[in-house]
Design a protein around this ligand. Structure first.
Ligand code: CP
Length: 313
């Protein structure tokens, strides 16, 4: 039976840890060992169906697929019959008939990846849908923490900025909760989610909510800054940019208040001068480019797990 990754909950905790172990093995491989992976899936094809733009997710899945010799086809909404009105169901069935072995799928609406997966014959990975789920981002973020031995109860992790529109925040919270970590969601009231904290959370995760970043800064082991997703703000200025920067931008003053060993993260792409000042990008504690590199290895491990589990490593 085919297996999809629509949310982080589609992997058990032991499977998630095994995925991290596999990703690390790929990461530590010597070039000659990596070359031997090239024939593993040379006969297989991966579809990258992206209804929204992407640099990191799309290209790193391509790099990961090519590492196994898989060929890839990229489709976006603009260059396909989606613009002629073809439905999601018909699009999935049409691509399904072409004999792909795997699809990575991104869409602006919550639940679209599950809908696509129901109609597509082969495994589907959610490359981000709506404001709800971006499981491979959460996996690579937690892999980044796991490598530092930080993925354990007691970790103080802040997720700051445009939480309301962030599938990265929600997916990370779900995954962190499974490791007994409750993240702090931080942002202006207009950009915070509605009460995910406490019993009866309808969103499937727990987080504590904060409208101020400064008091938390000295306590945090990890700070994930989020992209302000202006494209989801409906043309409105939900928070004035200078007001946001004054309260939440990670800048020189705030960098000085973070722990010397704190880890600074951001899923990218970064709005420089809004959520991050240039000095935060350049700070020694930034793991932002390491996150990008880790994304390739985590996605390699995921492809191996979903497409050919018997051939993984
Ligand atoms: N983090 C992330 O999903 O980036 P892209 O939109 O560039 O894929």
């Amino acid at each position: 039976m085919k297996r999809d990754l629509i949310t982080v909950n589609d992997l058990t905790v032991p499977e998630t840890l095994a995925l991290f172990e596999a990703a690390q093995e790929y990461e530590l491989m010597l070039p000659a060992e990596r070359l031997r992976l090239r024939d593993l899936q040379a006969a297989r094809q991966c579809l990258l169906m992206f209804y929204e733009p992407s640099t990191r997710t799309r290209i790193s899945f391509q790099v990961a697929a090519h590492a196994f010799g898989m060929s890839t086809c990229v489709a976006d909404a603009v260059g396909t019959s989606v613009v002629k009105g073809e439905s999601l169901t018909d699009t999935a069935q049409t691509f399904g008939a072409m004999g792909f072995d795997l699809a990575v799928f991104r869409h602006p609406e919550d639940g679209a990846a599950a809908q696509f997966a129901r109609e597509f014959a082969c495994p589907v990975v959610n490359g981000g849908d709506g404001c709800d789920s971006h499981p491979t981002q959460a996996l690579l973020d937690c892999y980044t923490l796991w490598k530092r031995k930080l993925l354990k109860e007691g970790l103080q992790i802040g997720i700051c900025g445009d939480v309301l529109h962030s599938r990265v925040a929600r997916s990370n919270a779900r995954l962190l909760n499974r490791f007994s970590i409750t993240p702090h969601f931080i942002g202006p009231p207009a950009l915070l989610v509605n009460a995910p904290a406490g019993e009866g959370s309808k969103m499937g995760f727990l987080a504590s909510l904060h409208t101020e970043l400064d008091p938390l800064l000295p306590e945090l082991d990890v700070l994930i800054m989020l992209r302000t997703q202006f494209e989801r703000h409906g043309g409105q200025e939900l928070v004035a940019r200078d007001e946001f920067a004054a309260g939440y931008q990670l800048n020189h003053r705030r960098l000085q208040r973070l722990k010397p060993k704190a880890v600074i993260m951001h899923p990218g792409p970064v709005n420089r001068g809004i959520e991050l000042a240039d000095e935060a990008m350049a700070d020694q504690r930034s793991a932002i480019l390491e996150q990008v590199a880790n994304g390739v290895f985590v996605r390699m491990a995921l492809i191996a797990l979903l497409v050919t589990p018997e051939e993984a490593l």
